[in-house]
Ligand binder design. Structure first.
Ligand code: PMP
Length: 449
């Protein structure tokens, strides 16, 4: 079976099933029976969740976990403002975008005010995949090309078009003939700042040349602006040169903000803003509705208008009343509670804490990230920077047993991916660091036995 970094990195294997309680065993058997083999569960001992609130989730035995992973429930699980908004809207009016409604316009204006002025048009969808699919269609329409450049371990979603530009699907997955890969901007191994930016731009240019050499006209460079599946790569000097290289190739730059958007990466609010660039198109999703499926694509009017002038768009649920009410409640909370600033300062606190753990734990090779999106690279040899995915997975599973949920990312699955909710307290950060310290100690002991 294909092994996918994004789906198989931290996944349960049936070979671990013997160690599970009988009830979990039965649930897994039922899942396999009715959902088929495509689905993956997290952790060697899957977590059977029954309830969530704020920064915590609880399993069927009543055990509490600190959630340091779920970036959908970004303003906290079961946030009362979202619960209330969805309940109220569902009981008042639930319909789609072919009727006049004020809510979607109020939200669109408030959302667009968080973007640079040139990005002035928004279209609504139901998932990050759908947003990327729409952005690619629009980029193709605008450029007349079909070719797409993505980074080597990129993940952009599940539609046919978007899976074809998602190498993280696994080595055996056949990507689109219109796809070319560029090495990701890994500051830990390639140097940082301007040097890294120039190197990365050269990768993008070369990838577009390879497309042209195959007779394929470029349409887009599509990139997650925190490069989550490439291992959480946060050097902010790389997208400006990459954008110039993209435009020189006659293509558009699509910023995938599904993971980094909505202040996840700190006070800049959008990941691309940390890089000081203005993309041609931007895709949003995950935290936008704090659990209600709602997503969007934002772009420049000239590009989106060119598409819209000839291609009509209707999306039954995209932009409909209830998801928009959820999105409105989320944006209000983020802005009223000043969560971008909180993401920035708590992120600094967390990275400083992990860096001080690195003084005692040689397995930590690199600590990076922005805001509350942290990447901790686990290595077997600091000098050689050798990725150690076995150790990283041991840490993820040990933390799970200690009541903290995180996962892994990167081409070698050796980067701890830590994404606390934006409403973490300093006490939550302290608990996370304490448990990480404990897990590092426990795993170092088993590694030397
Ligand atoms: N882009 C990125 C960067 C993602 O991480 C994901 C989901 N993991 C998607 C797009 C697809 O989003 P969705 O699962 O909502 O379709």
């Amino acid at each position: 079976m294909t092994r996918s970094t994004i789906l198989d990195g931290n996944s349960f294997s049936t070979t671990d099933a013997d160690h599970l309680p009988p009830e979990d065993h039965a649930l897994i058997a039922r899942r396999q029976r009715v959902l088929g083999p495509s689905y993956r569960l997290f952790y060697r001992r899957p977590v059977h969740l029954v309830r969530s609130a704020g920064t915590r989730v609880w399993d069927a035995e009543g055990r509490e976990y600190l959630d340091a992973y779920n970036n959908v429930a970004s303003i906290g699980h079961a946030h009362p403002a979202v619960v209330e908004a969805v309940h109220r809207q569902m009981g008042t009016l639930s319909t789609h975008s072919r009727y006049l409604q004020r809510g979607v316009l109020d939200y669109a204006e408030q959302l667009l005010a968080t973007f640079p002025q040139d990005l002035d048009t928004v279209m609504f969808t139901n998932s990050g995949s759908e947003s990327n699919d729409l952005a690619l269609r629009i980029a193709r329409h605008a450029t007349g090309g079909t070719g797409v450049v993505v980074t080597a371990e990129a993940y952009h979603g599940t539609t046919s078009l978007v899976a074809d530009v998602s190498p993280a699907m696994g080595k055996d997955y056949v990507l689109g003939s219109f796809t070319e890969l560029a090495a990701a901007p890994d500051a830990y191994r390639q140097g940082s700042g301007h040097q890294l930016g120039a190197w990365f731009a050269a990768q993008i240019t070369a990838a577009f040349h390879r497309l042209r050499a195959r007779g394929i006209r470029p349409a887009a460079f599509l990139a997650d602006t925190i490069f989550a599946s490439d291992g959480v790569l946060s050097d902010p000097a790389v997208l400006a040169p990459a954008l110039r290289a993209t435009h020189q190739a006659g293509a558009l730059f699509i910023a995938d903000e599904v993971q980094p958007g909505f202040a996840r990466t700190g006070s800049a609010f959008w990941g691309f803003a940390r890089h000081d660039v203005v993309p041609d198109l931007v895709t949003l999703g995950k935290p936008m509705g704090n659990g209600i499926p709602v997503s969007a694509m934002v772009g420049r009017r000239d590009i989106v208008g060119h598409f819209g002038a000839t291609v009509p768009y209707f999306n039954t649920f995209g932009g409909s009343s209830v998801p928009i009410a959820a999105a409105q409640a989320v944006l209000d909370v983020i802005q009223q509670e000043n969560l971008p600033a909180r993401s920035e300062t708590l992120g600094e606190l967390l990275r400083a804490g992990v860096r001080s753990l690195a003084e005692r734990h040689p397995a930590i090779g690199d600590v990076r990230g922005a805001g509350l999106f942290l990447g901790v690279e686990i290595v077997s040899d600091r000098q050689a920077r050798t990725p150690d995915s076995v150790h990283a997975l041991e840490l993820v599973n040990t933390l799970r047993d200690l009541g903290v949920l995180i996962s892994v990312a990167g081409p070698h699955n050796n980067v701890l991916k830590i994404r606390p909710q934006l409403v973490y307290t300093e006490a939550d950060i302290a608990l996370l660091l304490e448990r990480l310290d404990e897990a590092l100690t426990l795993c170092a002991a088993t590694a030397t036995v």
